[in-house]
Design a binder for this molecule. Structure first.
Ligand SMILES: Cc1ncc(C[n+]2csc(CCOP(=O)(O)OP(=O)(O)O)c2C)c(N)n1
Ligand SMILES: [Mg+2]
Length: 568
């Protein structure tokens, strides 16, 4: 008779074997006793890379980053109790951003539940509707061994389903927790995944009504989140003669005759905004952060088509007249082949001229600032990255500054947690992205975001990553200076509740974790700092000091300069 501890060990070894066969490559494990059986099984299986993290909240964002960069779910494992609750923010982000994740929480066996046993909470459906599925695994029972592989395979299949996302497995373990795995139940023949992930069948026959709509001469393509192959989008731009307003995250912000990067600044100019209303708009993926763009699009009354690879509805202004579930690149190619050319060359030329004028105006204004500016940091950083780099950009002003002022370029991938727009877990996400990326990774984050995720730095120096974290240190939440609250409240009240300055020594914090740090004050200091970081292996922190009040002025200057530069 096999001992219960050995049955338990065989059960978890089966889960890990099945996950490895389904293509899972990484597991993030947090310390704790109750999770021992699965922690040992993950460590024992040579096919998975193991990453250990003290803080479950940061660990879950690391797993999110791995899923975001690779499209494959990473396992995250915690012990029972509040440890499991710490995963919740990343689970919510994974759900809303359609990132696959295998969330494993250890639990007490049934006899220790609801009797006041230590570190025991109700973990049933702990993450509510934020997971694609919840499974209570139950105690390992040799009589149920045929159910073990399907349990593991189904978790991966659901995490990578029609809309990818997190899957929660609650795993009760009974003491003794250390056992020896015996023979695993037989796997399926061959190596193919058992459950093939569901995917849209690709662009089918082009819809005649949409083809007709795309015959408009004054149209726009708004590329928000990942589109797949950007050449597919270019094909549609070429066929329609429409500009592509390209969010850096989309992969479409490349130098081309159709790319418009400075759309936010252009649309802040009333004359330009009024004179360039489109008849039809194609929106790919989730929308850019620019509120100016989304409000203007809604106000134009244009017919709008929203395309998303998972069929997720991104329509906060409720203006889409058609929602298409298709991979944007494939759909664009299909439509490009079907539309008749009604292009108005003047329409595209106008947008191109405006884009050129805006980019030149940005250069001119930023060159006039000796001290570092936040738009300047975003613009310089994206321009400096080595080909093949990934840039993870934090919520608040970093994602906006990059979107509004980043110049088009090739061979850089931009990722961001835009599912729930939290400022939490940004650095941990970047760590996960770096773990799952071949090329170098940089992160652009605000100081409050950096502090919020300070535990991302735990163990970071030893993870062997090529990662540069650029912290824009404006001593508080700079985004709030752009809100009506900034003008409506007394400076004291505004600072207390919104500006929220702090006195943390950020380089000292990084140094406490053994990370080399460079502090930058002057506009010409960032490039050398990035070069130093790029020249040496490992993780570097670059702290750029800026000023919140000056930042508002710099944004105003940039927008005024664009207005002046626009052809009339
Ligand atoms: C988890 C979470 N808490 C609070 C917020 C609200 N919030 C949005 S921006 C911001 C300030 C961020 O400051 P910082 O990271 O320094 O960026 P900056 O605004 O200075 O660019 C806060 C608190 C949020 N989005 N997410
Ligand atoms: Mg800040």
């Amino acid at each position: 008779m096999t001992s219960p501890a050995n049955v338990q060990a065989t059960f978890v070894a089966t889960l890990v074997d099945e996950w490895a066969r389904a293509g899972v490559t990484d597991a993030v494990v947090c310390p704790g006793s109750r999770s021992t059986p699965l922690a040992l099984a993950l460590a024992a299986d040579g096919r998975l890379r193991l990453h250990v993290h003290h803080d479950e909240r940061a660990a879950a964002f690391m797993a999110l980053g791995i899923g975001l960069a690779s499209g494959r779910p990473a396992v995250v494992l915690t012990t029972s109790g509040t440890a499991a609750v710490e995963l919740h923010p990343a689970v919510v982000e994974a759900s809303m951003a359609a990132v696959p994740m295998l969330v494993c929480t250890a639990d007490r066996p049934p006899e220790l539940r609801s009797v006041g046993a230590p570190q025991t909470i109700d973990q049933d459906h702990l993450y509510g509707h934020a997971v694609r599925s919840f499974a209570e695994a139950g105690l390992a029972d040799d009589g149920n061994r045929l159910a073990w592989r399907p349990l593991a395979a189904r978790a991966v299949a659901e995490a990578m389903g029609a809309v990818p996302g997190p899957v929660h497995l609650n795993l009760p373990f009974r003491e003794p927790l250390v056992g020896e795995a015996g023979e695993l139940p037989a796997g399926r023949p061959g190596d193919a995944p058992w459950h093939l992930p569901a995917r849209p069948a690709g662009a089918a026959e082009p819809d005649a009504a949409l083809v007709a709509l795309l015959g408009a001469s004054r149209g726009l393509i708004v590329a928000g989140s990942w589109v797949g192959d950007a050449d597919g989008v270019t094909a549609l731009a070429e066929a329609t003669g429409w500009p592509v307003l390209a969010d850096p995250r989309s992969g479409c912000r490349r130098p081309s005759a159709w790319t418009v990067a400075a759309f936010d600044a252009l649309l802040r100019d009333e004359g330009f905004a009024a004179g360039h209303r489109p008849e039809v708009v194609v929106r790919l993926g989730s929308p850019p952060a620019s509120g100016v763009l989304s409000k203007w699009l809604a106000a134009t009354g244009a017919r709008q088509v929203a395309v998303d690879r998972h069929g997720v509805v991104y329509d906060p202004e409720r203006t889409a007249s058609a929602l298409v579930h298709a991979r944007p690149d494939a759909w664009c190619r299909t439509m490009a082949a079907a539309v008749g050319g009604n292009a108005d060359p003047a329409w595209l030329a106008d947008w191109q001229d405006a884009e050129k004028a805006a980019q030149a105006a940005f250069d001119e204004v930023l060159a006039g600032h000796g001290e570092s500016t936040e738009p300047g940091v975003a613009r310089t950083l994206v321009a400096q990255l080595a080909p093949g780099s990934t840039l993870v950009v934090g919520s608040s002003m970093p994602v906006r500054d990059l979107e509004w002022y980043g110049r088009p370029r090739n061979f850089v991938r931009v990722l961001s947690n835009r599912g729930a727009n939290g400022i939490d877990g940004v650095v941990s996400t970047a760590v996960g992205v770096a773990l799952a990326s071949d090329g170098p990774v940089a992160a652009l984050v605000g100081d409050v975001s950096f502090l919020h995720d300070a535990n991302a730095l735990l163990g970071l120096a030893g993870r062997g990553l090529d990662l540069t974290v650029v912290v824009v240190d404006n001593r508080g939440g700079g985004i709030f200076s752009f809100l009506p609250q900034a003008a409506a409240l007394s400076p004291e009240r505004f600072e207390l509740l919104f500006g929220t300055p702090h006195d943390v020594d950020l380089p000292g914090l990084a140094a406490a974790h053994g990370l080399p740090t460079i502090t930058v004050h002057a506009a010409d200091g960032l490039v050398p700092a990035l070069n130093v970081a790029a020249a040496a292996p490992g993780t570097h922190v670059v702290v750029v000091r800026t000023d919140r009040a000056t930042n508002v002025t710099v944004h105003d200057e940039l927008h005024a300069a664009v207005s002046r530069a626009l052809p009339r």
